[in-house]
Ligand binder design. Structure first.
Ligand SMILES: NC(=O)c1ccc[n+]([C@@H]2O[C@H](COP(=O)([O-])OP(=O)(O)OC[C@H]3O[C@@H](n4cnc5c(N)ncnc54)[C@H](OP(=O)(O)O)[C@@H]3O)[C@@H](O)[C@H]2O)c1
Length: 461
Protein backbone atom coordinates (compact mmCIF):
# COMPACT_ATOMS: atom_id res chain seq x y z
CA UNK A 1 0.00 0.00 0.00
CA UNK A 2 1.27 3.48 -0.86
CA UNK A 3 2.63 5.44 2.08
CA UNK A 4 0.67 8.68 2.21
CA UNK A 5 2.31 10.03 5.36
CA UNK A 6 3.58 13.59 5.23
CA UNK A 7 7.27 13.73 4.43
CA UNK A 8 8.20 17.18 5.76
CA UNK A 9 6.95 19.29 8.65
CA UNK A 10 6.94 22.99 7.81
CA UNK A 11 5.86 25.43 10.39
CA UNK A 12 5.09 29.08 10.08
CA UNK A 13 5.42 31.10 13.29
CA UNK A 14 8.43 29.17 14.56
CA UNK A 15 9.43 32.02 16.89
CA UNK A 16 5.98 32.32 18.48
CA UNK A 17 4.51 31.63 21.89
CA UNK A 18 2.73 28.46 20.81
CA UNK A 19 5.84 27.02 19.17
CA UNK A 20 7.83 27.70 22.33
CA UNK A 21 5.29 26.33 24.80
CA UNK A 22 3.77 23.40 22.93
CA UNK A 23 5.25 22.57 19.55
CA UNK A 24 8.89 21.91 20.36
CA UNK A 25 8.06 19.84 23.45
CA UNK A 26 5.60 17.81 21.36
CA UNK A 27 8.17 17.25 18.60
CA UNK A 28 10.85 16.16 21.09
CA UNK A 29 8.46 13.73 22.71
CA UNK A 30 7.36 12.28 19.36
CA UNK A 31 11.00 11.81 18.33
CA UNK A 32 11.75 10.14 21.66
CA UNK A 33 8.90 7.69 21.02
CA UNK A 34 10.06 7.04 17.44
CA UNK A 35 6.95 8.67 16.04
CA UNK A 36 8.57 11.46 14.11
CA UNK A 37 11.50 11.33 11.72
CA UNK A 38 10.75 13.79 8.94
CA UNK A 39 12.61 17.03 8.15
CA UNK A 40 11.46 20.14 10.01
CA UNK A 41 11.50 23.55 8.38
CA UNK A 42 10.73 26.53 10.61
CA UNK A 43 9.70 29.83 9.01
CA UNK A 44 9.72 33.25 10.57
CA UNK A 45 10.30 36.89 9.75
CA UNK A 46 12.66 37.34 12.69
CA UNK A 47 15.98 36.87 10.86
CA UNK A 48 17.29 34.30 13.35
CA UNK A 49 20.33 32.18 12.54
CA UNK A 50 20.01 28.40 12.75
CA UNK A 51 22.22 28.33 15.87
CA UNK A 52 20.13 30.97 17.60
CA UNK A 53 17.02 29.02 16.72
CA UNK A 54 18.47 25.79 18.16
CA UNK A 55 19.35 27.57 21.42
CA UNK A 56 15.83 28.88 21.63
CA UNK A 57 14.39 25.39 21.13
CA UNK A 58 16.68 24.10 23.88
CA UNK A 59 15.35 26.79 26.22
CA UNK A 60 11.78 25.87 25.38
CA UNK A 61 12.46 22.20 26.21
CA UNK A 62 14.29 23.09 29.42
CA UNK A 63 11.29 25.08 30.58
CA UNK A 64 8.90 22.31 29.65
CA UNK A 65 10.49 19.53 31.66
CA UNK A 66 13.87 18.81 30.20
CA UNK A 67 16.02 18.17 27.17
CA UNK A 68 16.41 14.59 26.05
CA UNK A 69 19.91 14.79 24.49
CA UNK A 70 19.29 12.05 21.95
CA UNK A 71 15.89 13.35 20.83
CA UNK A 72 17.16 16.94 20.82
CA UNK A 73 20.07 16.09 18.56
CA UNK A 74 17.75 14.25 16.14
CA UNK A 75 15.34 17.20 16.20
CA UNK A 76 18.02 19.76 15.44
CA UNK A 77 19.80 17.57 12.89
CA UNK A 78 16.54 17.50 10.96
CA UNK A 79 15.98 21.24 11.24
CA UNK A 80 16.26 24.05 8.72
CA UNK A 81 15.11 27.62 9.17
CA UNK A 82 13.90 30.10 6.61
CA UNK A 83 13.54 33.81 7.21
CA UNK A 84 11.20 35.84 5.11
CA UNK A 85 8.05 37.85 4.66
CA UNK A 86 4.92 35.71 4.18
CA UNK A 87 3.64 38.10 1.51
CA UNK A 88 6.75 37.69 -0.62
CA UNK A 89 7.18 35.06 -3.34
CA UNK A 90 10.89 34.83 -2.51
CA UNK A 91 9.99 33.17 0.83
CA UNK A 92 8.01 30.42 -0.91
CA UNK A 93 10.69 29.97 -3.56
CA UNK A 94 13.21 29.35 -0.79
CA UNK A 95 10.76 26.98 0.88
CA UNK A 96 10.31 25.00 -2.34
CA UNK A 97 14.08 24.61 -2.56
CA UNK A 98 14.32 23.52 1.08
CA UNK A 99 11.55 20.95 0.56
CA UNK A 100 13.68 19.23 -2.06
CA UNK A 101 12.09 15.93 -3.04
CA UNK A 102 9.31 16.05 -0.41
CA UNK A 103 5.99 15.23 -2.10
CA UNK A 104 3.53 15.55 0.78
CA UNK A 105 4.64 18.34 3.11
CA UNK A 106 2.55 19.25 6.12
CA UNK A 107 2.25 23.01 6.62
CA UNK A 108 1.42 23.99 10.14
CA UNK A 109 0.30 27.60 10.59
CA UNK A 110 1.13 28.77 14.13
CA UNK A 111 0.67 32.40 13.13
CA UNK A 112 -2.04 35.02 13.65
CA UNK A 113 -5.23 33.87 11.91
CA UNK A 114 -5.20 36.98 9.69
CA UNK A 115 -2.19 35.40 7.94
CA UNK A 116 -3.76 31.99 7.19
CA UNK A 117 -5.22 33.16 3.87
CA UNK A 118 -2.10 34.95 2.53
CA UNK A 119 0.12 31.96 3.43
CA UNK A 120 -2.22 29.44 1.79
CA UNK A 121 -2.33 31.62 -1.32
CA UNK A 122 1.47 32.06 -1.32
CA UNK A 123 1.99 28.30 -1.11
CA UNK A 124 -0.43 27.68 -3.97
CA UNK A 125 1.00 30.49 -6.12
CA UNK A 126 4.49 29.02 -5.99
CA UNK A 127 3.26 25.47 -6.60
CA UNK A 128 3.89 24.13 -3.06
CA UNK A 129 0.27 23.23 -2.28
CA UNK A 130 -0.24 20.15 -4.46
CA UNK A 131 -0.24 16.97 -2.38
CA UNK A 132 0.29 18.94 0.83
CA UNK A 133 -1.68 19.13 4.06
CA UNK A 134 -2.49 22.40 5.78
CA UNK A 135 -2.93 22.52 9.56
CA UNK A 136 -4.42 25.74 10.91
CA UNK A 137 -4.66 26.80 14.52
CA UNK A 138 -7.79 28.07 16.14
CA UNK A 139 -9.61 30.39 15.98
CA UNK A 140 -10.97 29.77 12.51
CA UNK A 141 -12.31 33.26 11.80
CA UNK A 142 -13.56 35.93 14.21
CA UNK A 143 -17.25 35.42 13.54
CA UNK A 144 -19.52 33.65 11.08
CA UNK A 145 -18.85 35.98 8.15
CA UNK A 146 -15.04 35.94 8.53
CA UNK A 147 -15.01 32.14 8.96
CA UNK A 148 -16.96 31.80 5.71
CA UNK A 149 -14.52 34.12 3.95
CA UNK A 150 -11.46 32.30 5.34
CA UNK A 151 -12.94 28.99 4.26
CA UNK A 152 -13.50 30.35 0.76
CA UNK A 153 -9.90 31.57 0.54
CA UNK A 154 -8.34 28.34 1.88
CA UNK A 155 -10.42 26.23 -0.48
CA UNK A 156 -9.02 28.12 -3.45
CA UNK A 157 -5.68 26.48 -2.64
CA UNK A 158 -6.45 23.30 -0.64
CA UNK A 159 -9.32 20.78 -0.80
CA UNK A 160 -11.27 20.17 2.44
CA UNK A 161 -9.64 16.76 2.80
CA UNK A 162 -6.22 18.47 3.08
CA UNK A 163 -7.25 21.09 5.65
CA UNK A 164 -6.82 20.17 9.31
CA UNK A 165 -8.33 22.65 11.78
CA UNK A 166 -6.78 22.12 15.17
CA UNK A 167 -8.80 22.37 18.31
CA UNK A 168 -6.28 20.80 20.66
CA UNK A 169 -9.11 20.08 23.08
CA UNK A 170 -10.24 17.25 20.82
CA UNK A 171 -6.80 15.67 21.17
CA UNK A 172 -7.01 15.49 24.94
CA UNK A 173 -7.20 12.04 26.42
CA UNK A 174 -9.78 13.25 28.96
CA UNK A 175 -12.06 14.54 26.24
CA UNK A 176 -11.84 11.31 24.27
CA UNK A 177 -12.47 9.54 27.54
CA UNK A 178 -15.79 11.33 27.88
CA UNK A 179 -16.93 9.99 24.55
CA UNK A 180 -15.79 6.48 25.37
CA UNK A 181 -17.47 6.50 28.78
CA UNK A 182 -20.75 7.59 27.25
CA UNK A 183 -20.87 5.05 24.49
CA UNK A 184 -18.98 2.06 25.88
CA UNK A 185 -21.33 1.62 28.85
CA UNK A 186 -24.94 0.50 28.79
CA UNK A 187 -26.10 2.07 32.05
CA UNK A 188 -25.71 5.67 30.92
CA UNK A 189 -27.70 5.82 27.71
CA UNK A 190 -31.16 5.18 29.26
CA UNK A 191 -30.77 8.17 31.59
CA UNK A 192 -28.81 10.47 29.31
CA UNK A 193 -31.71 12.65 28.29
CA UNK A 194 -34.33 15.18 29.38
CA UNK A 195 -36.24 12.56 31.38
CA UNK A 196 -33.45 12.13 33.93
CA UNK A 197 -31.06 15.04 33.58
CA UNK A 198 -32.09 18.44 34.88
CA UNK A 199 -29.09 20.55 33.86
CA UNK A 200 -25.47 20.40 32.75
CA UNK A 201 -22.66 22.72 33.84
CA UNK A 202 -19.26 23.09 32.22
CA UNK A 203 -16.65 25.18 33.98
CA UNK A 204 -13.29 25.99 32.46
CA UNK A 205 -11.45 28.03 35.07
CA UNK A 206 -7.99 29.56 34.93
CA UNK A 207 -6.32 30.94 38.05
CA UNK A 208 -4.02 33.11 35.91
CA UNK A 209 -4.54 36.21 33.77
CA UNK A 210 -3.48 36.98 30.21
CA UNK A 211 0.24 36.49 30.90
CA UNK A 212 1.44 39.64 29.14
CA UNK A 213 -0.48 38.72 25.96
CA UNK A 214 -2.86 41.66 26.21
CA UNK A 215 -2.67 42.46 22.51
CA UNK A 216 -3.68 38.94 21.53
CA UNK A 217 -6.45 38.83 24.15
CA UNK A 218 -7.90 42.21 23.19
CA UNK A 219 -8.56 40.80 19.75
CA UNK A 220 -10.26 37.70 21.07
CA UNK A 221 -11.88 37.66 24.54
CA UNK A 222 -13.14 34.61 26.42
CA UNK A 223 -16.11 33.79 24.18
CA UNK A 224 -14.07 33.63 20.98
CA UNK A 225 -11.03 32.12 22.69
CA UNK A 226 -12.59 29.09 24.34
CA UNK A 227 -16.41 29.01 24.15
CA UNK A 228 -16.77 28.94 20.36
CA UNK A 229 -14.33 26.05 20.06
CA UNK A 230 -13.27 24.05 23.16
CA UNK A 231 -16.43 24.39 25.21
CA UNK A 232 -18.87 23.83 22.36
CA UNK A 233 -16.85 20.72 21.52
CA UNK A 234 -17.34 19.49 25.06
CA UNK A 235 -21.09 20.23 24.81
CA UNK A 236 -21.18 18.28 21.60
CA UNK A 237 -19.40 15.23 23.04
CA UNK A 238 -21.69 15.28 26.07
CA UNK A 239 -24.90 15.67 24.12
CA UNK A 240 -24.52 14.05 20.71
CA UNK A 241 -26.03 10.73 19.70
CA UNK A 242 -23.84 7.67 19.36
CA UNK A 243 -21.79 7.62 16.16
CA UNK A 244 -22.98 4.78 13.93
CA UNK A 245 -19.46 3.65 13.10
CA UNK A 246 -15.80 4.52 13.39
CA UNK A 247 -15.00 6.21 10.08
CA UNK A 248 -13.32 9.60 10.07
CA UNK A 249 -16.48 11.51 9.24
CA UNK A 250 -19.02 9.52 11.20
CA UNK A 251 -18.33 11.15 14.56
CA UNK A 252 -18.04 14.54 12.91
CA UNK A 253 -21.46 14.00 11.31
CA UNK A 254 -22.98 13.49 14.77
CA UNK A 255 -21.09 16.51 16.02
CA UNK A 256 -22.62 18.58 13.24
CA UNK A 257 -26.13 17.24 13.86
CA UNK A 258 -25.88 18.21 17.51
CA UNK A 259 -24.50 21.69 16.84
CA UNK A 260 -27.31 22.27 14.35
CA UNK A 261 -29.82 21.78 17.13
CA UNK A 262 -28.18 24.31 19.47
CA UNK A 263 -30.18 27.53 19.58
CA UNK A 264 -28.21 30.73 18.80
CA UNK A 265 -27.29 32.45 22.06
CA UNK A 266 -29.59 35.13 23.37
CA UNK A 267 -27.73 38.13 24.86
CA UNK A 268 -30.08 38.00 27.87
CA UNK A 269 -28.61 34.58 28.71
CA UNK A 270 -24.98 35.66 28.63
CA UNK A 271 -22.93 37.37 31.35
CA UNK A 272 -19.59 38.89 30.39
CA UNK A 273 -17.04 39.82 33.06
CA UNK A 274 -13.60 41.40 33.23
CA UNK A 275 -11.18 40.92 36.12
CA UNK A 276 -10.10 44.03 38.00
CA UNK A 277 -6.59 44.85 36.85
CA UNK A 278 -7.05 43.63 33.26
CA UNK A 279 -6.97 47.22 31.98
CA UNK A 280 -3.53 47.68 33.56
CA UNK A 281 -2.09 44.87 31.43
CA UNK A 282 0.38 45.78 28.68
CA UNK A 283 -1.35 46.66 25.37
CA UNK A 284 -4.83 46.76 26.96
CA UNK A 285 -6.71 50.07 26.60
CA UNK A 286 -7.97 51.71 29.79
CA UNK A 287 -11.56 51.48 28.52
CA UNK A 288 -11.37 47.90 27.21
CA UNK A 289 -14.73 46.14 26.95
CA UNK A 290 -13.21 42.72 26.24
CA UNK A 291 -14.45 39.91 28.47
CA UNK A 292 -12.08 37.74 30.50
CA UNK A 293 -15.06 35.83 31.92
CA UNK A 294 -18.25 34.52 30.36
CA UNK A 295 -21.19 32.58 31.73
CA UNK A 296 -23.98 31.51 29.45
CA UNK A 297 -27.01 29.30 29.11
CA UNK A 298 -27.37 27.15 26.00
CA UNK A 299 -30.46 25.36 24.76
CA UNK A 300 -30.45 22.26 22.61
CA UNK A 301 -33.69 21.95 20.69
CA UNK A 302 -33.86 18.24 20.03
CA UNK A 303 -35.81 15.28 21.38
CA UNK A 304 -33.06 14.24 23.78
CA UNK A 305 -32.33 17.61 25.36
CA UNK A 306 -35.27 20.01 24.96
CA UNK A 307 -35.74 21.86 28.25
CA UNK A 308 -32.35 20.86 29.72
CA UNK A 309 -30.16 23.97 30.06
CA UNK A 310 -26.43 23.69 29.46
CA UNK A 311 -24.59 26.25 31.56
CA UNK A 312 -21.09 27.19 30.45
CA UNK A 313 -18.67 29.28 32.47
CA UNK A 314 -15.09 30.24 31.76
CA UNK A 315 -12.79 32.89 33.11
CA UNK A 316 -9.34 34.12 33.97
CA UNK A 317 -8.09 34.97 37.48
CA UNK A 318 -10.61 32.58 39.03
CA UNK A 319 -9.75 30.64 42.21
CA UNK A 320 -8.48 27.46 40.46
CA UNK A 321 -7.23 26.13 37.15
CA UNK A 322 -9.41 23.25 36.10
CA UNK A 323 -12.03 22.14 33.64
CA UNK A 324 -14.98 20.19 34.89
CA UNK A 325 -18.40 19.00 33.74
CA UNK A 326 -21.22 18.59 36.24
CA UNK A 327 -24.29 16.70 35.04
CA UNK A 328 -27.16 17.02 37.48
CA UNK A 329 -29.88 14.40 37.57
CA UNK A 330 -33.49 15.07 38.47
CA UNK A 331 -34.30 14.29 42.11
CA UNK A 332 -36.00 10.96 42.84
CA UNK A 333 -39.52 10.64 44.19
CA UNK A 334 -38.80 9.18 47.62
CA UNK A 335 -40.34 8.74 51.04
CA UNK A 336 -36.97 9.45 52.64
CA UNK A 337 -36.01 12.92 53.61
CA UNK A 338 -32.83 13.02 51.57
CA UNK A 339 -32.53 15.95 49.30
CA UNK A 340 -31.96 19.54 50.15
CA UNK A 341 -33.51 21.92 47.64
CA UNK A 342 -31.65 21.73 44.36
CA UNK A 343 -29.49 18.85 45.53
CA UNK A 344 -29.47 15.72 43.47
CA UNK A 345 -27.44 12.84 42.11
CA UNK A 346 -24.85 13.89 39.61
CA UNK A 347 -21.97 12.86 37.39
CA UNK A 348 -18.76 14.84 37.51
CA UNK A 349 -16.16 14.66 34.75
CA UNK A 350 -12.87 16.36 35.56
CA UNK A 351 -11.09 17.01 32.27
CA UNK A 352 -8.01 18.78 33.61
CA UNK A 353 -5.52 19.06 35.22
CA UNK A 354 -6.22 15.55 36.56
CA UNK A 355 -8.85 13.27 35.07
CA UNK A 356 -11.70 11.57 36.84
CA UNK A 357 -15.29 10.50 36.47
CA UNK A 358 -17.41 10.37 39.61
CA UNK A 359 -21.00 9.80 40.58
CA UNK A 360 -22.59 11.68 43.47
CA UNK A 361 -25.02 9.43 45.35
CA UNK A 362 -26.91 9.40 48.64
CA UNK A 363 -26.03 6.50 50.95
CA UNK A 364 -27.50 5.54 54.31
CA UNK A 365 -25.60 6.30 57.49
CA UNK A 366 -25.22 3.33 59.85
CA UNK A 367 -27.86 3.20 62.54
CA UNK A 368 -31.56 2.83 63.11
CA UNK A 369 -32.59 6.03 61.40
CA UNK A 370 -33.21 6.14 57.68
CA UNK A 371 -30.90 9.08 57.12
CA UNK A 372 -27.96 9.37 54.81
CA UNK A 373 -25.24 11.51 53.38
CA UNK A 374 -23.80 12.27 50.00
CA UNK A 375 -20.87 10.17 48.80
CA UNK A 376 -18.89 10.30 45.60
CA UNK A 377 -18.19 7.04 43.84
CA UNK A 378 -15.14 7.33 41.63
CA UNK A 379 -15.50 5.41 38.39
CA UNK A 380 -12.05 6.41 37.25
CA UNK A 381 -9.23 8.50 38.64
CA UNK A 382 -5.89 9.00 36.97
CA UNK A 383 -3.07 11.41 36.34
CA UNK A 384 -3.10 13.93 33.53
CA UNK A 385 -2.58 12.88 29.90
CA UNK A 386 0.56 10.96 29.09
CA UNK A 387 0.51 11.99 25.47
CA UNK A 388 -0.03 15.72 24.96
CA UNK A 389 -2.82 16.75 22.58
CA UNK A 390 -0.28 18.17 20.16
CA UNK A 391 1.62 14.89 19.95
CA UNK A 392 -1.58 13.03 19.17
CA UNK A 393 -2.81 15.60 16.66
CA UNK A 394 0.49 16.00 14.82
CA UNK A 395 0.76 12.24 14.52
CA UNK A 396 -2.78 12.10 13.12
CA UNK A 397 -2.18 14.97 10.69
CA UNK A 398 1.05 13.38 9.42
CA UNK A 399 -0.91 10.17 8.73
CA UNK A 400 -3.78 12.17 7.20
CA UNK A 401 -6.31 11.11 9.84
CA UNK A 402 -8.69 14.04 10.29
CA UNK A 403 -11.08 12.48 12.83
CA UNK A 404 -9.91 14.68 15.72
CA UNK A 405 -9.82 17.87 13.66
CA UNK A 406 -12.76 20.18 13.23
CA UNK A 407 -14.62 19.98 9.95
CA UNK A 408 -15.61 23.30 8.42
CA UNK A 409 -19.37 22.74 8.67
CA UNK A 410 -18.98 22.22 12.44
CA UNK A 411 -16.93 25.42 12.77
CA UNK A 412 -19.62 27.30 10.91
CA UNK A 413 -22.39 25.95 13.14
CA UNK A 414 -20.43 26.95 16.24
CA UNK A 415 -20.11 30.51 14.95
CA UNK A 416 -23.84 30.56 14.19
CA UNK A 417 -24.51 29.79 17.87
CA UNK A 418 -22.03 32.38 19.16
CA UNK A 419 -22.46 35.19 16.65
CA UNK A 420 -25.38 37.01 18.37
CA UNK A 421 -23.33 37.67 21.52
CA UNK A 422 -20.02 38.70 20.01
CA UNK A 423 -18.69 42.22 20.49
CA UNK A 424 -20.56 44.39 22.94
CA UNK A 425 -23.97 42.72 22.74
CA UNK A 426 -23.96 42.59 26.55
CA UNK A 427 -22.17 44.88 29.04
CA UNK A 428 -18.92 43.77 30.62
CA UNK A 429 -19.03 43.61 34.44
CA UNK A 430 -15.89 43.83 36.56
CA UNK A 431 -15.04 41.14 39.11
CA UNK A 432 -12.44 40.75 41.82
CA UNK A 433 -9.54 38.42 41.06
CA UNK A 434 -9.62 35.06 42.82
CA UNK A 435 -13.43 34.98 42.82
CA UNK A 436 -15.91 33.07 40.64
CA UNK A 437 -16.76 36.12 38.54
CA UNK A 438 -19.60 38.63 38.70
CA UNK A 439 -22.68 37.95 40.85
CA UNK A 440 -24.80 38.18 37.69
CA UNK A 441 -23.40 34.77 36.71
CA UNK A 442 -24.93 33.29 39.86
CA UNK A 443 -28.28 34.85 39.01
CA UNK A 444 -28.13 33.31 35.54
CA UNK A 445 -28.21 29.82 37.00
CA UNK A 446 -30.54 30.49 39.97
CA UNK A 447 -33.54 28.72 38.48
CA UNK A 448 -31.48 25.49 38.35
CA UNK A 449 -29.63 25.79 41.63
CA UNK A 450 -26.09 27.10 41.82
CA UNK A 451 -22.74 26.69 40.18
CA UNK A 452 -20.63 23.84 41.47
CA UNK A 453 -17.22 25.33 42.00
CA UNK A 454 -14.46 22.81 41.42
CA UNK A 455 -11.58 22.82 43.88
CA UNK A 456 -7.97 22.25 42.90
CA UNK A 457 -7.75 19.14 45.09
CA UNK A 458 -10.51 17.45 43.08
CA UNK A 459 -13.38 18.31 45.40
CA UNK A 460 -16.25 20.65 44.75
CA UNK A 461 -18.13 23.26 46.75
N1 LIG B 1 -0.20 30.64 22.29
C1 LIG B 1 -1.12 29.75 22.62
O1 LIG B 1 -1.16 29.23 23.74
C2 LIG B 1 -2.15 29.33 21.59
C3 LIG B 1 -3.09 28.35 21.94
C4 LIG B 1 -4.00 27.90 20.99
C5 LIG B 1 -3.97 28.45 19.72
N2 LIG B 1 -3.09 29.43 19.41
C6 LIG B 1 -3.09 29.95 18.04
O2 LIG B 1 -1.84 29.65 17.45
C7 LIG B 1 -1.45 30.66 16.55
C8 LIG B 1 -0.11 31.21 16.98
O3 LIG B 1 -0.23 31.66 18.30
P1 LIG B 1 0.98 32.32 19.08
O4 LIG B 1 0.51 32.57 20.45
O5 LIG B 1 2.22 31.54 18.88
O6 LIG B 1 1.09 33.70 18.33
P2 LIG B 1 2.21 34.79 18.38
O7 LIG B 1 3.28 34.40 19.35
O8 LIG B 1 1.54 36.09 18.58
O9 LIG B 1 2.73 34.74 16.89
C9 LIG B 1 3.38 33.63 16.33
C10 LIG B 1 4.36 34.10 15.31
O10 LIG B 1 3.68 34.62 14.18
C11 LIG B 1 4.51 35.58 13.57
N3 LIG B 1 3.70 36.77 13.27
C12 LIG B 1 3.14 37.60 14.14
N4 LIG B 1 2.47 38.57 13.50
C13 LIG B 1 2.60 38.32 12.19
C14 LIG B 1 2.17 38.95 11.01
N5 LIG B 1 1.41 40.04 11.02
N6 LIG B 1 2.52 38.41 9.84
C15 LIG B 1 3.28 37.29 9.80
N7 LIG B 1 3.72 36.67 10.88
C16 LIG B 1 3.40 37.17 12.05
C17 LIG B 1 5.61 35.92 14.55
O11 LIG B 1 6.82 35.36 14.09
P3 LIG B 1 7.96 36.20 13.36
O12 LIG B 1 7.85 37.63 13.81
O13 LIG B 1 9.23 35.53 13.77
O14 LIG B 1 7.65 36.01 11.95
C18 LIG B 1 5.24 35.21 15.81
O15 LIG B 1 6.34 34.68 16.48
C19 LIG B 1 -2.58 31.68 16.56
O16 LIG B 1 -3.47 31.34 15.55
C20 LIG B 1 -3.24 31.45 17.92
O17 LIG B 1 -4.57 31.84 17.91
C21 LIG B 1 -2.16 29.87 20.31
Amino acid sequence: MENTNSDAFVFFGATGDLAYKKIFPALQSMIRHNQFDIPIIGLSRAGWSLDYFKDWIRKSLEEDGGVDPDAFSKLTANLQCINGDYQSDATYEELCRALGAAKRPLYYLAIPPSMFGPVAQGLARLGCAAGARLVVEKPFGRDLASAQELDRVLHQSFPESSIFRIDHYLGKEAVQNLLYFRFANSFLEPIWNRNYISSVQITMAEAFGVGGRGRFYEDVGAIRDVVQNHLLQVVSLLAMDAPVGRGIDIQRDENLRLLRSVRPLDPSEVVRGQFLGYRDEKDVPKDSQVETFAALRLHIDNARWAGVPFYIRTGKCLPVTTTEVFVKLKPPHTVFDVMEPHQSNYFRFRLSPDVFISLGARVKLPGAKMVGEEEELFVQRKAADEMTPYERLFGDAIRGDAALFTRYDCVEEAWRVIDPVLGHATPVIEYEQDTWGPAEADRLIESHGRWHNPKQDGGTT
